[in-house]
Design a protein around this ligand. Structure first.
Ligand code: FES
Length: 492
């Protein structure tokens, strides 16, 4: 029986972004069976994938690090191993599958042998068929690609991390360690429906369609008998033992996220240079902000000091919400730099704004940021990396203020760590008045971009630039043959 893998699993075991697997499907190099691909086709495309039995412990660590890198490279955190009970449950499930497969194999081997015997005993009548059967059997054995390496990787990944597939959105992610299904889902930056994270509100309720889950904490929320009979469970209180398919609510667009007002605490205030201060706020763990990457909120420092700022962090960043404050000598920025202290309360309300990723697109993405316009772009990049859905990402950061952009090293580390991420810093400060590039300067920057990407017809562009350049940028990209839906522009 052909072994089928989801796009996420296929991507993990051969170590490429999920977007690349989807591209193979679009190009007809892999056949999709309800979103899954055949392992035998995958091994033909990636014949160099290896899995060696020797030095198993080291290999496991090495393999897991690379296989799960895609899902966690936004933060480069360490893999959390599952606990013993979860490991045992996963191994038991795999053992059951193995014994079923062995039984089926034994059955077909017997059938094959009996068929050969039957044909041999009537040799004159069936000799031609018998010859064909034996030659075909030999050919299949000789010509079949070596499936073992990828089967080994797939089995190992299934023991270490279970995959969640959410209907109808199609979101896929892995559950590591003892994470709940909700926690693991939030690390993808998706706007799953939830409230307390604690088993009280029932907002994270989902329906189990297939696979096994296990309760990891008691909850007070009580299901009705009808809900119980339909396999409803709480994502915040359960982990996945095997690969599971569930039905759950995810905000598909920014319009589906409710307006929220939260009181946060100041976690950190960090002046990066004389132009930008990074402000990090922390929400309560049981009352996080639901938003999509690239959106903005209003910050209220007190009754009179309010400002709408783009969020610079990813929704996958747990309870932390980051902002890049322009030090423009306004009362707002002065207050942040001179009066605000760690642990002070800051009210945030939102989210708002439409500068969000097109969740249906797997096209390569080009990001353009000018100075602190990088804030929402950073949020989008971290989200795109955690979703792993784009085959290629290129960031152009145009800087007019200092020699290097203020988070240059972070962008360099993405570039160094990820094969599908490119980063170009462009300094045009010497060509600008008041640190703002005019159309001519911006046009020269875009010419650089065109040198790298002559054909823009199949990419998405996200540009966070001053309003004065919006119209020009929009006309420029449409003139390159892009559709309006591929061009996303925000002003800062
Ligand atoms: S988020 Fe409230 S019960 Fe799960």
């Amino acid at each position: 029986m052909a072994r089928l893998l989801s796009a996420s699993r296929a991507a993990s075991i051969v170590g490429v972004p999920r977007g690349i697997i989807q591209k193979h499907i679009q190009n007809g190099e892999l056949t999709s069976f309800e979103g899954k691909v055949k392992l035998s086709q995958l091994v033909k495309l990636y014949p160099d994938s290896k899995f060696e039995d020797n030095a198993m412990a080291e290999k496991i660590e090495e393999f897991i690090a690379s296989a799960l890198k895609r899902a966690r490279y936004a933060k480069f955190q360490k893999l959390i191993a599952p606990d013993t009970a979860t490991l045992a449950a996963r191994i038991a499930t795999l053992s059951k599958e193995l014994s079923e497969t062995k039984t089926a194999l034994f059955h077909y081997e017997q059938l094959f042998n009996l068929l050969q015997q039957h044909l041999s005993s009537n040799n004159s009548q069936y000799q031609e068929l018998l010859d064909w059967l034996q030659t075909t059997d030999k050919n299949i054995t000789t010509n079949q690609p070596d499936l073992e390496p990828l089967i080994g990787k797939d089995d190992l990944l299934r023991v270490m991390a279970a995959q969640v597939h959410i209907s109808p959105s199609g979101l896929e992610y892995f559950v590591e360690g003892k994470n709940s299904i909700l926690e693991a889902g939030l690390t993808t930056g998706s706007a799953l429906n939830y409230g307390c994270s604690n088993g009280n509100c029932g907002k994270c309720k989902a329906k189990l369609l297939s696979g096994k889950i296990e309760k990891i904490k008691q909850h007070e929320y009580v299901f009705s008998n009808a809900e119980k009979s339909q396999n409803f469970f709480l994502m915040c209180s359960n982990t996945a033992i095997t690969d599971i398919e569930i039905e759950a609510e995810i905000a598909g667009s920014e319009n589906e996220i409710p307006h929220q007002t939260l009181t946060t605490k100041v976690k950190k205030i960090e002046s990066l240079n004389k132009y930008v201060t990074v402000l990090t706020l922390k929400t309560q763990r049981t009352n996080r902000l639901r938003f999509l990457a690239g959106q903005e909120v209003e910050l209220s420092l007190n009754d009179n000091l309010k400002k709408v700022l783009p969020i610079a962090s990813c929704p996958c960043d747990e309870s932390f919400v980051q902002f890049h404050v322009n030090n423009d000598n306004s009362t707002f920025s002065e207050y942040i730099n001179n009066n605000l202290k760690t642990n002070d309360s800051v009210k945030i309300s939102g989210p708002g704004g439409h500068f969000v990723l097109d969740s249906h697109s797997t096209r390569p993405i080009i990001f353009i940021a000018i100075n602190s316009g990088f804030a929402p772009v950073k949020s989008l990049i971290e989200n795109a990396l955690s979703l792993d859905s784009s085959e290629y990402i290129h960031l152009y950061w145009i800087n007019t203020q200092t020699e290097q952009p203020y988070l240059h090293n972070q962008c360099r580390s993405w570039k160094d760590a990820l094969d599908n991420f490119n980063y170009t810093a462009i300094n045009v400060g010497h060509l600008c008045t008041d640190n703002v590039p005019d159309q001519n300067v911006f046009s020269a920057c875009l010419s650089n971009l065109i040198k790298d990407h002559a054909d823009l017809s199949n990419v998405d562009v996200y540009a966070s630039i001053p309003e004065t350049l919006s119209e020009f940028a929009n006309s420029f990209f449409l003139a390159q043959g892009m559709d309006a839906e591929q061009v996303h522009i925000a002003n800062y």
